[in-house]
Design a protein around this ligand. Structure first.
Ligand code: G4F
Length: 332
């Protein structure tokens, strides 16, 4: 019989790639979505595009324990991937309270409902390299102490601790992925990579001329989201639940990302990118680079997409989108 998986955050970048991956493996895929999303499917489900008719959606809110409880009362699942969160770090400085509420209570509600109704369901928590924050060692691995630098990072440490606590206290199968930054053409426009590739494409077409960014020297370990959802699935297939760093092991600055993305379009980023202090963060995570040796050894996972390929794909897709929006025929 086909395995049944529930994905919270199914409409996001990772949720959409994970859905495609699990459907490809023969899973029956269910998604938890907000009621407002069900009321506005054309706008909210764009990333699920071609697979929307193959998933079953349930309305629930991460802010409401009863709504989550009802979903788990109606259907039994083999695996639950908890991806939903307020995931934009900068926004967590603006409204730390709602980030904390959604990210901590939401995780706790899902875990508590599972414990009550289906303790055998395997649970995946989307942890983050933001938990390392002001890094204590380079590269960061599973044993590196956490020192989060934002309400978002703090909320993810709490979610990680909750997940481990349910594993230890109630012997549930609960695993966390400590995922480093992962991007794709489906990335939200507020994140730096997509902001750069989408604006560079518009500059190429003469639709705008300037890109305002914050800290260009911040360094990140950027991989492709399609590679990272494979790791999520592998984590729930291991014999014992555990926590894993998922990263490429390479780090690059925002400046390097700009140089390559603009270069891909035959542009010089120095002529278009301006630093603007509005995009600086009150506390920055300066350097992230992960050591995913454990995931490679235990799960047999490894990334397939290189940094250059990732940028090329994002730029290509954003150029096509900008051409469509501008009514071009692609000759620019
Ligand atoms: O793209 P970002 O906003 O991603 P960030 O903050 O690293 O977080 C992402 O990755 C985490 C995993 O490590 C996830 F947990 C999290 O949910 C999210 O997906 O910013 C990357 C870097 C930062 O150092 C930021 O200060 O880019 C710098 N940056 C410089 N100018 C900018 C900008 N970031 C954004 N979003 N916008 C700018 O204009």
């Amino acid at each position: 019989m086909a395995k049944k998986a529930l994905i919270t955050g199914i409409t996001g970048q990772d949720g959409s790639y994970l859905t495609e991956h699990l459907l490809g493996l023969g899973y029956e895929v269910h998604g938890l979505v907000r009621r407002v999303a069900l009321e506005d499917p054309t706008r909210r489900f764009t990333r699920l595009g071609g697979v929307l008719d193959r998933v079953k959606l349930h309305a629930a809110s991460l802010e409401s324990y009863p709504s989550i409880f009802q979903v788990f009362s109606r259907e039994q699942f083999d695996e639950c991937y908890h991806l939903a969160a307020q995931s934009f770090v900068a926004e967590s400085f603006t409204d730390g309270f709602s980030t904390m509420n959604t990210n901590i209570n939401g995780t706790h509600f899902v875990l508590a409902a599972l414990r009550e109704l289906q303790p055998a369901c395997r649970f995946y928590f989307a942890g983050s390299s933001e938990m390392f924050g002001k890094v204590r060692e380079v590269p960061q691995r599973e044993t590196t102490p956490f020192h989060p630098r934002s309400p978002y990072g703090i909320s993810k440490v709490a979610g990680f601790d909750l997940t481990r606590n349910y594993r230890e206290a109630y012997r549930m199968y609960c695993a966390s992925g400590i995922l480093f930054n992962h991007e794709s053409p489906r990335r939200g426009y507020e994140f730096v990579t997509r902001k750069v590739t989408s604006t560079a494409a518009r500059i190429k077409l003469g639709l705008t001329s300037e890109l305002l960014l914050g800290n260009l020297e911040a360094k990140r370990d950027w991989g492709h989201a399609r590679d990272y959802v494979r790791a999520m699935h592998l984590m729930l297939q291991a014999e014992e639940p555990d926590d894993y760093v998922v990263a490429t092991g390479e780090t690059h600055s925002v400046r390097e990302f700009c140089e390559l993305a603009f270069g891909e379009l035959g542009l010089d980023y120095r002529e278009h990118v301006r630093e603007d202090e509005r995009f600086y963060r009150p506390a920055e995570v300066e350097l992230l680079v992960g050591d995913s040796a454990k995931a490679r050894r235990v799960l047999g996972w490894e990334p397939q997409c290189s940094f250059d390929e990732l940028i090329r794909e994002m730029v290509r897709e954003d150029l096509k989108a900008a051409e469509r929006a501008a009514g071009h025929d692609g000759a620019a």
